[in-house]
Ligand binder design. Structure first.
Ligand code: FPP
Length: 234
C-alpha cells in the first residue's frame, strides 16, 4: 500500500456537460464546479493530503467565448473573497501557479489576500490560473538563457534541478496523484514536467458530481498502485 499522497493535482473537467445535461447554461456548471472545489478541499484535508493543485484556468481557456471567460473570473474572485477568512481559519495556505499577471485585477486582488495565509500549514491549496506547461517550460528556458547571457551561470549548469527551480511549481513537491474527471484521458498541458512519475486516475464522473467519496475512492486506488520510478518491481 502507498501512504496518503502528499500532493494531489486535479483536472476539473465536465462542468459544461453537467450543465447541458440539465438544460442549464455552462456558467451554471462552473458554479456547481466551485462547490466541488469546496468538497475536494474538505476531503483532501480529512485525508491529510499536504498539497492540492487545481487546474482552474488554462492558457488555452482564454480562447473560450468572452462571456464564459468573464464568468469564470467572476466565480474565481467571488470564491477567493468569500473563502479568504475560512481558509485562513482552517489552516489552508493559498498559492497560485501560472501567468498570474495576465489575470484580471479582482482575481489578483483575491490572491493578494492569500499572503495572510502564508504561515498556514494544514494544506496548500494551489490554484493553476492562466497556467500551461508549455508556457511554463518556455519561461524557464528564457530565465536560464538570460542567466547564461549575463554570465551568472554556465550552459553546463542547466540540469533538471536547475530547470525545476525556474518552474512556477518551484517550491512544491511533484504530484503523487493526478485526477482527471469528465471521462477524457489526456494531460491537457497540465504539469507535464512535474507528472513524470505521477500516478494517473481517470474517472467518467463530471466535476460537479465529484464528491468526498469520489476523492476517497481515488486515494484508495492510488494506495493499491505500485510505484517503480523506472526501477524494477519488488
Ligand atoms: C472544465 O470544464 C473546467 C474549467 C475550464 C474551469 C474550472 C473551474 C471551476 C471548477 C470553478 C471555479 C474554480 C475555483 C477554484 C473556485 P469544461 O467547461 O471544459 O467542461 P466540458 O468539458 O464538459 O465542456
Amino acid at each position: 500500500m502507498n501512504p496518503t499522497p502528499v500532493h494531489v493535482a486535479i483536472i476539473m473537467d465536465g462542468n459544461g456537460r453537467w450543465a447541458s445535461q440539465r438544460g442549464l447554461k455552462r456558467s451554471e456548471g462552473h458554479k456547481a464546479g466551485a462547490e466541488s472545489v469546496r468538497k475536494a478541499l474538505k476531503a483532501a484535508m480529512a485525508a491529510e493530503v499536504r498539497v492540492l493543485t487545481l487546474y482552474a484556468f488554462s492558457t488555452e481557456n482564454w480562447g473560450r467565448p468572452q462571456d464564459e471567460v468573464q464568468g469564470l473570473f467572476e466565480l474565481l474572485s467571488r470564491y477567493l473573497e468569500s473563502e479568504a477568512d475560512e481558509l485562513l481559519r482552517r489552516g489552508v495556505r493559498l498559492s497560485a501557479i501560472g501567468d498570474i499577471e495576465a489575470m484580471p485585477a479582482p482575481v489578483r486582488d483575491g490572491l493578494a489576500a492569500a499572503e495572510a495565509t502564508a504561515m498556514n500549514e494544514a494544506i496548500t491549496l494551489n490554484l493553476a490560473l492562466s497556467y500551461g506547461s508549455r508556457a511554463e517550460l518556455a519561461r524557464a528556458a528564457r530565465l536560464l538563457a538570460d542567466e547564461v547571457r549575463r554570465g551568472a551561470r554556465t550552459v553546463e549548469s542547466i540540469t533538471p534541478e536547475a530547470v525545476e527551480q525556474k518552474l512556477w511549481t518551484n517550491l512544491l513537491p511533484d504530484p503523487d496523484l493526478l485526477i482527471r474527471t469528465g471521462g477524457d484521458m489526456r494531460a491537457s498541458n497540465f504539469l507535464l514536467w512535474q507528472c513524470a512519475y505521477t500516478e494517473l486516475y481517470f474517472t467518467p464522473t463530471l466535476w460537479p458530481d465529484f464528491g468526498e467519496d469520489d476523492f476517497a475512492a481515488a486515494l484508495e486506488e492510488y494506495g493499491r498502485r505500485e510505484r517503480r520510478y523506472g526501477l524494477c518491481g519488488a
